[in-house]
Design a protein around this ligand. Structure first.
Ligand SMILES: [Zn+2]
Ligand SMILES: [Zn+2]
Length: 140
């Protein structure tokens, strides 16, 4: 079974993912842009049971960014880590930039391009969605 690992910038926090990753998408929403200080967040959904912290969970800070979403980050170095969902505890959102291996799959779409940064031009041919696809990311 595929095993992936990732860590924060200061390496105090490390995590491991086993099993299949959900679809990888680039999220251009204004919250992801501000959270990452970047043009978009490249993320995928992972089943919670396939994710575990290897070390440093005590260094994790949590921020309730919207009604059902909790964003986590390293309180030492500020690296953005997983999202957790109050209404979907079986899943987490994983930023794949912190992975140490090639996950094998590639981004398949751009989402929330309706709030895309004006200074960033999407130059690939992946499908673009104004917000979320009608049937959700998992349907992609
Ligand atoms: Zn850190
Ligand atoms: Zn977003």
């Amino acid at each position: 079974m595929q095993k992936l690992t990732g860590k924060c910038l200061c390496e105090a926090i490390a995590y491991e993912i086993t099993g299949k990753l959900g679809p990888i998408v680039n999220c251009h929403c204004s919250m992801c842009r501000r959270w990452h200080g970047a043009a978009f967040r490249t993320r995928c959904t992972v089943e919670s049971k396939n994710f575990k912290w290897l070390k440093g969970e005590e260094h994790l800070s949590k921020y309730h960014s919207s009604k059902n979403t909790v964003k986590t980050f390293c309180k030492i170095c500020g690296s953005n880590l997983i999202s957790m969902y109050d209404d979907r505890p079986d899943y987490i959102g994983l930023p794949i930039g912190g992975l140490e291996q090639d996950p094998g799959s590639r981004p398949i779409a751009h989402i929330f391009v309706g709030s895309k940064s004006p200074w960033y031009e999407i130059t690939d041919n992946l499908p673009q969605y104004e917000e979320l696809p009608n049937d959700g990311i998992e349907s992609l």
